[in-house]
Design a binder for this molecule. Structure first.
Ligand SMILES: [Zn+2]
Length: 375
């Protein structure tokens, strides 16, 4: 790794682009996916055998397999090396924390792990992977047509690419860039420039000033359409032509909804991060919230807020997830035994204030975030 000229912290940006491979290039991608899966399984099996025989952990390198499986030579060797790195990482994570990471598993074709990763190398003769005006130049596939919505800055360094095929059959490429960034001057947030957000199933988030994110209607509509399609599919004969067509339609709609949601979250987080000096949220473990209470994508929203604020020197203040922010009166501080999630408003028995359940929680989240900042 080159640390010599790193001015300030190193940052990474990923650009995601749609690929339009020729039939030959698509075939090579498919071969590469297959080879990556094959070599992962081979290395994992050999690791297990070696471990049983000697008690030591060892993963052979991809080169070892090329004689017995010559088809491996047809694909980008970089992709195979990446599988080796990935498996090594999986084992390191497992040895460090077996409960959390789990033992690396064999990959099956039907699991749909259709991706490969390749690193860029800067040789004196030029880089192995680079962008052209409307394409990406790759090692084995050559120049693959791509649709770029955003271009990298001139000083960004292309580190690696990950090519994937979605269940809908579309190919995408995530391009990872490394670039130095100047450390922004830290912002001292004032109370009136700080916002508290409560995650909300109905409104996505509710802020302490009463404003709400309210995902656009079309998101809900597409979701209704999805549910309808699902019902129709249940009545069809599996494997029939109608069923197959419905499955593809379902996948496309699913993909469409995911893109819509990503877009919504991206815009909402930018608006908040640019408009405020600090943001307070609760560190809820979103996986613990039950279905109806969990706003879809809130975890992603929180992560985007974190980095969008950080690059402007602004803090994301996370409040303890066990803090009784919903049950506490934001006016007098009285704590109730419980406030039902069904009740949208409640009245404080001590000071008589009528609270909107979520706005009150957002106010408490903000107050606690600010207290944390002062401490
Ligand atoms: Zn009160």
């Amino acid at each position: 790794m080159d640390r010599s000229k790193s001015a300030g912290p190193v940052r990474y940006t990923t650009l995601k682009v749609r690929l339009y491979p020729t039939p030959e290039q698509a075939e090579l991608f498919e071969k590469t996916f297959g080879c990556c899966r094959y070599i992962w399984n081979q290395m994992l099996a050999d690791q297990q055998r070696f471990y049983l025989e000697t008690g030591a952990h060892f993963i052979p390198t991809p080169a070892k397999y090329k004689n017995s499986a010559p088809f491996l030579k047809e694909v980008d060797n970089q992709a195979l090396i990446q599988v080796h790195n990935e498996l090594s990482r999986a084992f390191r994570a497992f040895f460090k924390d077996p409960e959390r990471s789990g033992y690396p598993r064999f990959k099956r074709k039907k699991d749909g792990c259709c991706s490969f990763t390749a690193c860029n190398h800067d040789f004196p003769s030029g880089p192995t992977i680079y962008l052209t005006r409307d394409a990406i130049r790759m090692t084995k596939a050559g120049t693959v047509k791509a649709k770029l919505h955003r271009r990298p800055q001139a000083w960004w360094k292309l580190k690696r690419i990950t090519v994937t095929r979605a269940p809908t059959g579309k190919y995408h490429c995530a391009i990872l860039y490394e670039h130095g960034a100047k450390e922004p001057a830290p912002v001292r947030p004032a109370s009136e420039r700080t916002i508290g957000l409560k995650c909300s199933a109905r409104h996505f988030y509710v802020a302490d000033d009463g404003s709400r994110a309210d995902p656009p209607r079309w998101l809900e509509r597409s979701q209704e359409e999805l549910a309808e399609l699902q019902q129709r599919m249940a009545r069809m004969e599996p494997g029939s032509k109608n069923h197959q067509e419905a499955v593809q339609k379902y996948r496309l709609l699913h993909e469409h909804i995911a893109a819509q949601r990503r877009d919504f979250i991206h815009k909402a987080s930018s608006r908040i991060a640019n408009g405020w000096d600090a943001v307070c949220v609760r560190a809820d473990d979103l996986t613990e919230l039950s279905g109806a209470l969990r706003p879809s994508g809130f975890g992603m929203f929180r992560e985007q807020l974190r980095y969008k604020l950080a690059r402007q020197g602004k803090p994301l203040l996370t409040v303890d997830r066990y803090s009784p922010t919903t049950r506490t009166c934001s006016v007098c501080g009285q704590i109730q035994d419980s406030v039902s999630p069904k009740d949208r408003t409640w009245t404080c028995p001590r000071c008589g204030t009528v609270h909107d359940r979520e706005v009150n929680a957002a106010k408490n989240i903000k107050a606690e975030g600010l207290a944390q900042l002062r401490a």
